[in-house]
Design a protein around this ligand. Structure first.
Ligand code: SAH
Ligand code: SF4
Length: 378
C-alpha cells in the first residue's frame, strides 16, 4: 500500500474494531456492519456513495478514515484461464495472488507475507527469505480486488467461491492478521463464505494450529512432504522445532473440534527424495484410520533449485499405494505454468530479502527455521 496518509484505514479491520470506531462517534454497532456490507459485498470504497449512512457520518468518515486498497502492479493471464496479479507491498516489493477457475468453482490463492522465513528447501518463496508480514488490509485487499475485477459466474455467484492461503508466506507466522482476515471471509457482513470453502495451509506451527482451532474453524491443510523426521528435518526446517508426532497430535485435536472434518496433507513429489513406495507405506502408517486425506503436488521447478519433479508414473504408483492402504489420495493438477503461477513458484518481487523497510536485517536460523530480526550494523 502506498498511502502515506495519517487517516485510519478501515479495510481489514475486524467487526469489533470497526464498531469501536463508530462508538467513538456515538454511533450504533449496526452502522459498522452496514459499512462492511458496502466495502465487501458491494465493492464500494467511496463514503459518499454509501447512501444508507447519515450525511453527518459520511462527513466524519471522510475526514478521519479511508479505505485503502493494495495497488495492483500487473496482471498475467494464462492460456488455461489462470490469472495472476502482482500487488505492490512497498519499497519495491510485491506479492502474488492467483485465481484458478475450474468447472463449478473458482479458487483464489492468496499471500500472507512478503517472502517467508521458514526456508523449505523446495519453495521459491522460501528461497527469497522473509521481508515482512502483510497487514490484514493487504491480505483481504487481494480478495476484494479479485471479487471486483472478475465477472460473476453464470448463476450470479461471485467468481471466487473458494479461498486458499497457499500463496506467498506462512499464514500462521502472521497469526493475528490472518485470523482477522479469516473472520472477514466467513462473516455474513463481509464475504460470507462457508468455513469449508476457506483453507489455511501451514507448514506446521503447532502452537498456532492449536489456537486456530478455537478462533476460527476453517479447513486446514498441512504441508507434510515427508513421512519421517529425518527426511522432514532436511526439507521442511520448522520440523526441527515441531516434529511430526507433535504436529499430527495438533492436527487430530483440530479435526476433533470440528466433527472430525478431514485434514488435507500436502505432499510435494520430489524425484528420488520422498517418492518411493517405502515412503508411501510410511505415510500410510502415519495417517491410516485418521480424518486425513493426502494431496500429492508434483514439484514445480524454479530457477536455481536442485530438485526435480517425480515422473507421472512414480506419482501414480505412489498414489495407488496410498489408496491400497486405505487412504484418500489425490494428485493436484498443475495450473498456470506459462505465467509461473503454480504452487511454490510464487516469488513476487522480494528483491532485497534481508533488508526490512526499517533497515533491519532478517536472519533466518537454518537449524530451527526461526526468523530473528536484528538491526543492521552497516
Ligand atoms: N506456507 C504455507 C502455505 C504456502 S505454500 C505452507 O507451506 O503450507 C502452499 C503449498 O505449496 C505448500 O504445501 C508448499 O509446501 C507447496 N510448495 C512449495 N513449493 C513448491 C514447489 N516448488 N512445487 C510444488 N509445491 C510447492
Ligand atoms: Fe514458507 Fe510454505 Fe514456502 Fe515453506 S513452503 S518456505 S512455509 S511458503
Amino acid at each position: 500500500m502506498s498511502s502515506t496518509s495519517s487517516k485510519t484505514n478501515l479495510l481489514g479491520m475486524s467487526q469489533n474494531e470497526l464498531e469501536q470506531v463508530f462508538a467513538a462517534h456515538d454511533e450504533k454497532p449496526f452502522r459498522a456492519r452496514q459499512l462492511m456490507q458496502w466495502i465487501y459485498q458491494r465493492g464500494v470504497v467511496d463514503f459518499d456513495a454509501m447512501t444508507d449512512l447519515a450525511k453527518s457520518s459520511r462527513g466524519w468518515l471522510s475526514e478521519e478514515a479511508e479505505i485503502t486498497l493494495p495497488e495492483v502492479q500487473s496482471r498475467h493471464d494464462s492460456v488455461d484461464g489462470t490469472i495472476k496479479w502482482l500487488f505492490a507491498s512497498g519499497w519495491g516489493q510485491a506479492v502474488e495472488t492467483v485465481f484458478i477457475p475450474e468447472p463449478g468453482r473458482g479458487t483464489l490463492c492468496i499471500s500472507s507475507q512478503v517472502g517467508c522465513a521458514l526456508d523449505c528447501a523446495f519453495c521459491a518463496t522460501g528461497a527469497q527469505g522473509f521481508n515482512r508480514n502483510l497487514t490484514s488490509a493487504e491480505i483481504i485487499g487481494q480478495v476484494w480486488h479479485a471479487m471486483k475485477e472478475l465477472p460473476r459466474r453464470d448463476n450470479g455467484e461471485p467468481a471466487v467461491t473458494n479461498i486458499v492461503f497457499m500463496g506467498m508466506g506462512e499464514p500462521l507466522a502472521n497469526y493475528r492478521n490472518v485470523v482477522t482476515v479469516l473472520e472477514l471471509l466467513v462473516s455474513d457482513w463481509a464475504f460470507g463464505l462457508s468455513r469449508r470453502r476457506v483453507t489455511l495451509s501451514t507448514s506446521g506451527i503447532v502452537p498456532h494450529i492449536e489456537k486456530l482451532g478455537d478462533a476460527c474453524n476453517v479447513a486446514l491443510a498441512v504441508s507434510l512432504h515427508a513421512p519421517n523426521d529425518e527426511l522432514r528435518d532436511s526439507i521442511v526446517p520448522i520440523n526441527k522445532l515441531h516434529p511430526i508426532a507433535t504436529l499430527l497430535e495438533a492436527c487430530w485435536a483440530y479435526a476433533a473440534k470440528h466433527a472430525n472434518r478431514f485434514i488435507t496433507f500436502e505432499y510435494v513429489m520430489l524425484r528420488g527424495v520422498n517418492d518411493s513406495l517405502a515412503h508411501a507405506d510410511q505415510l500410510a502408517s502415519l495417517l491410516k484410520g485418521k480424518p486425513a486425506k493426502v494431496n500429492l503436488i508434483p514439484f514445480n521447478p524454479f530457477s536455481g533449485t536442485q530438485f526435480k519433479r517425480s515422473s507421472a508414473e512414480t506419482i501414480r504408483h505412489f498414489q495407488n499405494r496410498l489408496r491400497q492402504r486405505g487412504l484418500v489420495a489425490t494428485t493436484r493438477k498443475t495450473r498456470g505454468d506459462d505465467i509461473d503461477a503454480a504452487c511454490g513458484q510464487l516469488a513476487g518481487k522480494v528483491s532485497d530479502r534481508v533488508r526490512t523497510p526499517l533497515g533491519q536485517k532478517n536472519i533466518v536460523d537454518k537449524n530451527t527455521g526461526k526468523s530473528k530480526i536484528r538491526m543492521a550494523s552497516a
